[in-house]
Design a protein around this ligand. Structure first.
Ligand SMILES: [Zn+2]
Length: 122
């Protein structure tokens, strides 16, 4: 894994002090935290690594942005999201009303996006 840490401006930076930050996570671990995150309680560094490998983030401090993640998994998830978005965009067609829609509707004046349906049906 290559660890990344969130900054207050919400951007993620590479973090090579992996053991240090996992140690911080383990120091503040409580049954309540585990329950709040809906996960098993961390009992050692490997538990934290396994959890991060699922794409989750973990707080190492109380600040909302004090989180770490597995940068490689996060990158793969971002690529997957982009592919899904591209597929959705590719499914949209240009209607006669001038808008793109994944569900073009037939009207008396040609195809229409749902928003223009009433106008195009007159
Ligand atoms: Zn339209």
């Amino acid at each position: 894994m290559y660890m990344q840490r969130m900054l207050q401006n919400t951007s993620w930076i590479d973090e090579n002090r992996e053991d240090y930050f996992i140690g911080l996570v383990l120091e503040r671990e409580t049954p309540q935290r585990a329950a709040y995150d809906r996960r098993q309680m961390f009992t050692g560094p490997d538990d934290v690594r396994d959890y991060l490998a699922t794409g989750q983030t973990v707080n190492y401090d109380d600040d909302w942005y004090a989180q770490i993640r597995d940068g490689k998994v996060a990158h793969q998830q971002a690529i997957k999201r982009r592919i899904v978005q591209q597929r959705q965009d590719a499914a949209r067609v240009l209607c006669d009303c001038g808008h793109y829609s994944a569900h073009p509707m037939n009207t008396s004046r040609g195809t229409s996006c749902p928003n223009c349906y009433d106008e195009m049906s007159e």
